[in-house]
Design a protein around this ligand. Structure first.
Ligand code: NYM
Length: 212
């Protein structure tokens, strides 16, 4: 064992279809860790605040059209522009809770006609690999019943089914599939437990890279 090794933060990602409760759970998790005195920070992708993020925001709100390959690369660029800060925080012991990540990037673009999963993965190769992916599953019809479906681009039941199918192809040993069809508090307890275990177990491990 290394001596005096500083413990790093964990990279915890939330994925799932639209309206599966990711954002609610990320917020609750952050608050729980903050009250416990842990160093934590929330990231959300797409991050709509940057210049690239504003282009993505306009695209999602159908205020403009962007060619499909091109917008895929913008979503990836929107993660890469945050990568230096994410690495810095992880290395200095801050745990990151991330609302969507490269898996959404691949799953959504690959749901479009003519896009292969392998092509979609390329631009995100080398990003920090999550230690835990909380994959929230919700029956697509149940998700639609949660409301506000049909607002943004991609929020259609047929498209979401393809997205969920693509997520299945991206799962690895770091994924924990969580049935989101339960109360907010029950779901939170389950996730807090998983996240706490992960934080303790990865503290001395190096940060790995995605898809390498
Ligand atoms: N989305 C999100 C993508 O198509 N590619 C990506 O890389 C990411 C991170 O953006 N329908 C899609 C998924 C959502 C939409 O996300 C906006 P949110 O979490 O609703 O802000």
């Amino acid at each position: 064992a290394r001596l005096c090794a500083m413990k790093r933060g964990a990279l915890i990602v939330f994925e799932g279809g639209d309206h599966s409760g990711k954002t609610t759970q990320c917020t609750k998790l952050i608050h729980a860790f903050e009250s416990a005195g842990e160093k934590v920070k929330l990231f959300k992708f797409p991050d709509r605040t940057s210049t690239i993020g504003q282009m993505i925001n306009n695209y999602l709100g159908s205020k403009c059209e962007i060619e499909d390959h091109s917008v895929h690369l913008l979503f990836s660029a929107n993660r890469w522009e945050k990568q230096p800060r994410m690495m810095e925080l992880l290395e200095s012991g801050t745990t990151l809770i991330v609302d969507r990540y490269a898996f959404s990037g691949v799953a959504f673009t690959a749901a479009k006609p003519g896009f292969a999963i392998e092509w979609c993965k390329q631009p995100d190769i080398g990003l920090p690999r999550p230690d835990l992916v909380c994959f929230l599953t919700l029956d697509t019809e149940a998700a639609a019943k949660r409301g506000t479906f049909g607002g943004e681009r991609y929020e259609r039941t047929d498209f979401q089914k393809k997205v969920m199918n693509n997520f299945e192809k991206l799962k690895d040993s770091t994924w924990k599939e969580i049935d989101a069809d339960k109360s907010i508090d029950d779901l939170h307890k389950e996730i807090l437990d998983l996240a706490t275990t992960t934080m303790a177990s990865v503290a001395q491990n190096p940060i790995e890279k995605l898809w390498m």
